[in-house]
Design a protein around this ligand. Structure first.
Ligand code: HEM
Length: 352
């Protein structure tokens, strides 16, 4: 009998618990209130939206990031990296190669129209060529190893398999980290050596108006040591190279910089509303995205530069190989520079 009474009491208790908990769910659903109002939030949806959007709560832990339950910007970062940046970067790289092929079919190799003389003139000294090849060699390797980080898993992994892909990616990452210093030194040296030849002048405008004469045979707009096109390449390489270097260093030594908060604060002076209170991880995400965007842009430009400096133009590569170019090449592409050089090299008249 006692057993039956205890069993009856237990049944009543369980039924009550079920009714109470069910009524709480029903209440939360019908009125949108969090049961007990302990969090002071209106509903579960609000609570989860708060967490999902990466808001910071409070914590006793020393690491302030521990107060963020879900770092939502990480999702946005991944979506941007694997989405538009990869897609548009790929289109840009394929696009420039396609354009250069079309240009080659239309224009062919740009020849020295007045013919080669065999007489040469010094264009770049050893130190210039050292700076160029240090910058160029390291850039090319940085580009390939960087592209592997962005596209390797889609392009190489299915072909070469996980073991080999993993091995070359680890090796590539070391190359990428260490060669970046070679690139930075080459960049700084090239800046110091060439900046004085790259100040824009009125002649550049004339050169630009004639499209540099590269689309039509027989047209040679005047230019000094560097023409307007080269000056653009110089400045984009210098500014882009500096930017890619700064974001690269921030990626190599993470959580040390606040470059984006500071830059956004400066840009907000122009009426923008960019976020200035970025967490350390958000700074890293911006660094990574910016590093990718600028380096892909540089690669696209440099592919065109490599084309015109090698297969696209007869005699151009000599400038960076031996340092000496044919006199007629120099006269056709940099006539004012030849004039200046001739003036400089003129032997003083013997005294009477
Ligand atoms: C790897 C293949 C490359 C080749 C064959 C090449 C070729 C050349 C040549 C022939 C010149 C001298 C042009 C003249 O005499 O007027 C030159 C200049 C220059 N190169 Fe390269 N280059 C290469 C890669 C690079 C890279 C990767 C960069 C930068 C990251 C670069 C940056 C420059 C700059 C800033 C100049 C001076 C401005 C100009 O002439 O456009 N080069 N290059």
């Amino acid at each position: 009998m006692i057993k039956k009474i205890i069993a009856g009491i237990m049944m009543v208790f369980l039924i009550n618990v079920a009714i109470i908990s069910n009524s709480n769910i029903a209440m939360a659903q019908s009125k949108g209130e969090v049961p007990g109002q302990t969090l002071g939030l209106k509903s579960d949806a609000d609570l989860w939206r708060f967490v999902r959007n990466g808001n910071t709560g409070s914590t006793q832990m020393k690491d302030e990031l521990a107060a963020v339950m879900i770092q939502s910007e990480g999702d946005n970062w991944r979506a941007l990296r694997n989405g538009p940046i990869s897609v548009f970067g790929g289109i840009g790289l394929a696009g420039i190669i396609g354009l250069l092929i079309v240009f080659y079919l239309y224009r062919g190799k740009i020849k020295v129209e007045s013919g080669l003389t065999g007489e040469t003139i010094l264009r770049f000294a050893t130190i210039d060529r050292f700076a160029h090849w240090l910058m160029a060699g390291s850039f090319v390797l940085l580009a390939f190893t960087g592209l592997n980080m962005l596209y390797g898993r889609y392009v190489l992994l299915p072909i070469i398999g996980p073991e080999f892909f993993s091995a070359i990616s680890v090796f590539g990452k070391y190359i990428h980290n260490y060669l970046s210093f070679g690139f930075m030194i080459g960049l700084a040296l090239a800046f110091v050596l060439w900046v004085r030849h790259n100040i824009p002048t009125k002649i550049d405008w004339e050169w630009l108006k004639k499209g540099g004469g590269i689309f039509k045979a027989g047209m040679h707009p005047p230019a000094k040591k560097f023409n307007a096109g080269q000056k653009m390449i110089f400045w984009i390489t210098m500014i882009g190279g500096l930017s890619v270097s700064m974001s690269g260093i921030a990626l190599m030594f993470p959580f040390e910089t606040t470059m984006f908060s500071e830059t956004f604060a400066m840009l907000n002076v122009f009426g923008l509303d960019l976020p200035t209170n970025l967490t350390a991880i958000q700074e890293q995400q911006y660094n990574q995205l910016w590093h990718g965007i600028v380096s892909l842009g540089l690669m696209i430009m440099i592919i065109a530069h490599i084309y015109i400096g090698s297969v696209g133009m007869e005699g151009a590569i000599d400038a960076m190989n031996s340092g000496k170019v044919d006199r007629n090449w120099a006269k056709e592409h940099h006539n004012l520079w030849v004039k200046d050089e001739d003036e400089k090299n003129k032997k003083p008249e013997p005294a009477e």
